[in-house]
Write a new protein. Structure first.
Length: 269
């Protein structure tokens, strides 16, 4: 039997596409259903209770579309409500966490910097991550307000983006970090700019590929993987403007023939 249930993926906006692209690369036969919660983006400056509410209504929508797995392709949402989703759902739920562990393994001088949202940095999941793996290494956390909004507008190499990113990177570079962790799924789209600013001696780490490998493992373990058939479909939904979100998704997904449908998903009563 050829399975056709999609992999459901969501993020506060288009950032989770950095993870979805890795999943698509590894799993070309799978259908992917992506929801960008653009009307509520960014999550990084919102109360965690609001983020959890959005996670519940989006997950319910993805389940209604037949999703066989949910990928919370957002570090902030994973920090705020991943455990709750796992308690509510009886299917695989995969989340994100900043790549502190691989960064600790990679650093040469014991100094790593983490670019992330305020909610992620303040969360218990991140604190536990640092406590488990940092050991005697120095971890410099840098919240990045305003950066997600620029990426949502497709301004990946805009002067304003360069200015604000430089303001976040400079302090940690001045403190000598040799490894920078991209702790938000939006930030890999700025990787070329970050690598340019940080220089060749600084390693940049994100976890999109690792999550895609985890998706592959879990699908195999649960006998949910599509093993034959035609190329999988990519379906995109948003709570925001179809026209605006579609333009950015096309640029980031590198395909012109995609359709984005706006489905607002109102908060729970």
């Amino acid at each position: 039997m050829i399975l056709t249930q999609p992999i459901g993926i969501f993020d506060s906006g288009v950032g989770g596409l950095s993870v979805a692209k890795e999943i698509r690369q590894l799993l070309p036969l799978e259908d992917i259903l992506y929801y960008a919660d653009s009307a509520y983006c960014p999550y990084g400056d919102k109360d965690p209770a609001i983020i959890r509410q959005r996670e519940r209504v989006i997950t319910e929508f993805l389940l209604q579309q037949g999703a066989k797995m949910i990928v919370v392709a957002c570090n902030t949402a994973s920090s705020a409500g991943l455990e709750e989703l796992r308690e509510l759902c009886n299917l695989p739920i995969i989340g994100m966490e900043p790549g502190v562990k691989p960064a600790i393994a990679a650093t040469r001088n014991g100094k790593i910097g983490v670019l992330a949202t305020s909610v992620t940095i303040a969360g218990d999941r991140f604190a536990s991550l640092v406590k488990r793996y940092a050991e005697n290494n120095v971890v410099i956390n840098q919240p990045c307000p305003g950066l997600v909004e620029l990426i949502e507008q497709g301004k990946l190499n805009d002067p304003k983006t360069r200015e604000i990113l430089q303001g976040f990177l400079s302090p940690m570079l001045e403190q000598g970090v040799d490894t920078v962790v991209l702790g938000c799924t939006h930030y890999p789209f700025l990787r070329p700019l970050i690598e340019e600013m940080a220089g060749p001696d600084v390693m940049v780490i994100d976890t999109g590929l690792a999550v895609a490998h985890q998706v592959t493992r879990i699908l195999d373990e649960h006998n949910l993987a599509v093993t034959e058939g035609t190329a999988g479909r990519d379906l995109f939904f948003t709570s925001g403007s179809e026209a605006l979100v579609a333009k950015v998704i096309r640029d980031l997904w590198l395909r012109d023939n995609i359709v984005v449908k706006s489905i607002p998903l109102h908060p729970e009563k």
